[in-house]
Design a protein around this ligand. Structure first.
Ligand code: NAP
Length: 282
């Protein structure tokens, strides 16, 4: 079997076109969705990420603001900026790019963002809303993975067993919650899992969110399973690759997401969706 690709670029284009159309409708009511992206320090990867996010906003007609500060910015100064953005009526979504410099506590800054503007979905209020099934903002990366499943007709996952590898607060845990909400039976694996392959071989859906190459190989996958690769790593040639042994696993799986061109573009797309919804909820 050769797996079919779930093309994150194509799905993103489709969803971003819908976002642009809804933005035009909102603008006709006098509201332009606004996203503020805050970057502290000069981490080169973060600089690329924030530039891509701001560009994506411009492409769909949003108002976007990029605030860049020196790594010497204090925690108090950053909290004051977040407070100002919370009170700015032209800004519907606030994203503080992580990681922050070591002298600033990430969680303090994230908790300072108004839950109504928490479009990254990292605030405890957003995590809590997801947990209890209330309206909040879903973390963008797992939200994008759910949209990819939906795109292949997997909305209701009743009777399906999903295995998530990884339990971070920004990917693994919210992913597990979203799969549960879609009625899947969910197993969460991590570095303490005794026999990872025994778990993944039972799975109809495997989501790999580890950050290590070849965590999932062909012998660990049930024939026909759906494999979603969240990982972002570099191979020996320095090229971007995921956690999954793509060439091997695609011979066994039914569906697979590539890296690049899979989950990555979907993450930014879901940030746009969340920002639009923040503006629409007003
Ligand atoms: P993280 O915080 O480092 O979490 C990694 C998880 O993997 C942890 O739960 C860890 O277990 C688990 N793990 C480590 N080694 C393992 C092993 N051998 N077997 C099973 N589980 C193992 O990373 P993250 O922030 O969730 O990110 C994960 C990956 O996704 C990274 O490559 C990151 O770059 C990528 N990512 C991509 C996007 C995107 O848009 N495409 C967005 C976010 C993240 P413990 O909890 O026991 O330590």
């Amino acid at each position: 079997m050769t797996a079919q690709l779930i093309d994150g670029n194509a799905l993103s284009r489709q969803l971003r076109t819908q976002v642009a159309q809804r933005t035009t409708a909102l603008k006709s009511r006098g509201i332009t969705p606004g996203l503020a992206v805050v970057l502290v320090g000069n981490n080169p990867a973060s600089q690329v990420y924030v530039r891509n996010k701001v560009k994506a906003c411009e492409d769909v007609g949003f108002h976007s603001v990029l605030e860049q500060y020196d790594a010497t910015m204090t925690e108090a100064q950053l909290l004051a900026r977040v407070d100002a953005l919370n009170n700015d009526p032209g800004i519907h979504g606030i994203l503080v790019q992580l990681p922050l410099p070591k002298h600033i506590a990430d969680h303090k800054v994230i908790e300072a963002i108004s839950p109504q503007k928490d479009v990254d979905g990292f605030h405890v209020a957003s995590a809590g809303a997801l947990m209890v099934g209330e309206v909040g903002f879903k973390a963008c990366t797992p939200y994008g993975c759910m949209k990819m499943l939906e795109s292949i007709g997997m909305q209701d996952l009743k009777g399906k067993h999903a295995v998530v590898i990884g339990r971070s607060n920004i990917v693994g845990k919210p992913m597990a919650m979203m799969l549960l909400a879609a009625n899947a039976t969910v197993t969460v694996c991590h570095s303490g899992t005794k026999d990872l392959a025994a778990m993944t071989r039972q799975a109809d859906i495997v989501v790999a969110a580890v950050g290590k190459r070849n965590v999932l190989t062909a012998d660990m996958v049930k024939p026909g399973a759906v494999v979603i690769d969240v990982g972002m790593n570099r191979n020996d040639e320095g090229k971007l690759c995921g956690d999954v042994d793509f060439d091997g696993v695609r011979q066994v799986a039914g569906w697979i997401t590539p890296v690049p061109g899979g989950v990555g573009p979907m993450t930014i797309t879901m940030l746009l969706v969340n920002t639009l919804e923040a503006a629409e909820r007003l």
